[in-house]
Design a protein around this ligand. Structure first.
Ligand code: PGA
Length: 254
């Protein structure tokens, strides 16, 4: 059975001390109410070491929000996959829409990042999703398929085993407006079919598909019930332990 994965993306929030407090709260609340859900948290780079310390001896995994595709070199301001692996990251979020839209990351860069992350034995969380204009133009499936094609086409087939895919409609991120269960279901079914066709039924079925975009305790249960939803990528609601764990709990109830 697929173990659901719920990832907290803290984005650019949290200095070291407050990040440690939040991580500690998550760990201690989980101790009182163990979960069958795999949980990971992605603090900003500067808080990764302190959060990593808090997560030692806990089931909660450490994740990063981005990385460069080269292991080292003249790339001012960047952080590489070996650096993240060295401090204990097990997941790296790649191709988040804020990276794509604000920092102009292209699919080819994201493809190279996936290779660099998996080469370090970390797992990549590849984010895809359409803008509101694209949705209104009936282009959702086309856009998501192109993002998957471009990010995955040059990679070794086996890389799919080290990957999660997060469907995050851009218009739902940080807006309070989550996609409806029907919309989520439709896109997740398409992604699943894409993976089965391209990588075979066994490998394609094994990839966890996360939904992200204004997931809250109030909507988590209906989203978690969707057949092809195997987890969540949570932004705003992951900045407090209680709502974040309530969201993860939606999978325990299913
Ligand atoms: P949100 O962010 O939950 O605040 O909408 C989700 C994300 O950006 O991954």
């Amino acid at each position: 059975m697929t173990v659901p994965l719920v990832v907290g993306n803290w984005k650019m929030n949290g200095k070291q001390a407050e990040s440690a407090v939040l991580a500690r709260a998550i760990v201690s609340q989980l101790e009182t109410k163990p979960s069958n859900v795999e949980i990971a948290i992605a603090p900003p780079f500067t808080a990764l070491p302190v959060v990593g310390m808090e997560l030692r001896n806990s089931p909660v995994k450490l994740a990063a929000q981005n990385c460069h595709w080269e292991p080292s070199g003249a790339f001012t301001g960047e952080v590489s996959a070996p650096m993240l692996s060295e401090i204990g990251c097990q997941y790296v979020i790649l191709g988040h829409s804020e990276r794509r839209h604000i920092f102009h990351e292209r699919d080819e860069m994201i493809a190279r990042k996936i290779s660099s992350v998996t080469a370090q034995s970390m797992r990549a969380i590849l984010c895809v999703g359409e803008t509101l204009d694209q949705r209104h133009g009936d282009k959702t499936v086309e856009i998501v398929t192109a993002q998957l094609d471009n990010a995955l086409k040059g990679l070794a087939k086996g890389v799919i085993a080290d990957l999660e895919i997060a469907y995050e409609p851009v218009w739902a991120i940080g807006t309070g407006q989550h996609a409806t269960p029907e919309q989520v279901s439709q896109v997740h079914e398409c992604i699943r079919e894409y993976l089965r066709t391209g990588f075979g039924a066994v490998s394609g079925n094994a990839v966890r598909l996360l939904y992200g975009g204004s997931v809250k305790p109030e909507n988590a249960e209906s989203l978690a019930k969707i057949d092809q939803v195997n987890g969540f990528l949570v932004g705003g609601a992951s900045l407090q332990a209680e709502p974040f764990l309530a969201i993860a709990d939606a999978f325990n109830e299913n």
